[in-house]
Design a protein around this ligand. Structure first.
Ligand code: BV8
Length: 232
């Protein structure tokens, strides 16, 4: 088993205290997706959207990586083949836990993007409507995250890695958002072994050859130690 592709979702950061989207009391229960995670919502009420992301940016900056983040970094360090870590999360906990080359397919809370000229910069803690771009000065700053209806980042890279995967694992994701929820099919089609590690069955659990249930901070380190133990 040489090439491993891992997809993570909000469940891997849950035990670091960051809210998930669809669990009871999750982020989406406090806001409607259409209002805070779509370009239309941002155009309609930029102050609401900035408040939503400002609160998450401050919370994410205070969060610490948990045992799942640390275990995935260990796997990346010690695995002899390639480990591609793709995350739907916009927090930086994989990097804080030691992971490298993380592909943030839905963008990053720490990033700001100019909707006029495409310039990217380190977002201030609090962004506000009419945030001006440091390069072109247009008042078009927005969070550098991928909203619904927008194209996820680095998709061709991800699809290339999936086509070469020997093992695909989805960790802490409900399998409700595409194209990420379809990655298991791409990996299985490439002949990879597929495993879901989640608190409960996801919407696409039936697409996986193997599934392990439990909190990520317990089942991910167990899974990684098994992989590394087998590898030696
Ligand atoms: C695209 C932004 C096309 C950043 C997010 C109909 C109309 C319009 C669009 C669509 C449609 N049907 C399908 C679509 C496409 C749409 C989509 O999939 N919609 C869904 C809702 C049906 N997708 C898109 O629009 C995507 N873009 O398709 O573009 C295109 C093509 C060409 C050209 C242009 C465009 C863009 C999707 C990205 C949207 N942005 N976030 C932010 O605010 O964070 S999505 C948002 O949900 C997050 O990014 C998150 O990653 C994502 C998925 O959520 P999860 O990570 O899975 O989290 P969730 O809470 O759902 O689940 C947590 C899981 O963890 C649970 O299973 C739980 O059991 C588990 N868990 C909890 N605790 C633990 C745990 N597991 C382990 N341990 C624990 N302790």
């Amino acid at each position: 088993m040489k090439n491993i592709v891992i997809l993570t979702g909000a469940g891997v950061s849950a035990e670091s205290g960051l809210g998930t989207f669809r669990d009871a009391g999750g982020l989406w229960s406090q806001h409607r997706i259409e209002d805070v995670a779509t370009p239309e919502g941002f155009a309609r009420d930029p102050a609401l959207v900035h408040r939503f992301y400002n609160a998450r940016r401050v919370q994410a900056a205070k969060a610490r990586p948990n045992a799942a983040h640390l275990a995935l970094a260990r796997l990346q360090t010690h695995w002899r083949g390639r480990v591609t870590l793709v995350t739907q999360n916009v927090d930086a906990l994989h990097e804080a836990g030691g992971a490298r080359r993380v592909i943030h397919m839905h963008g990053e809370l720490a990033g700001a993007l100019c909707a006029a000229c495409g310039h990217r910069w380190q977002a201030p803690d609090e962004m506000s409507p009419g945030q001006s771009c440091p390069r072109c000065a247009a008042p078009k700053g927005r969070p550098d995250v991928v909203w619904f209806g927008e194209m996820p980042y680095r998709m061709d890279e991800v699809l290339t890695h999936l086509a070469e995967a020997d093992l695909f694992a989805a960790i802490g994701t409900s399998g409700t958002v595409y194209p990420a929820a379809g990655f298991v099919e791409d990996a299985a089609h490439a002949g990879a072994h597929t495993v879901e590690l989640n608190l409960e069955p996801s919407s696409v659990v039936s697409s996986f050859a193997e599934r392990r249930f439990g909190p990520a901070s317990r089942i991910v380190p167990e899974w990684v130690e098994e992989l590394l133990g087998r590898a030696t």
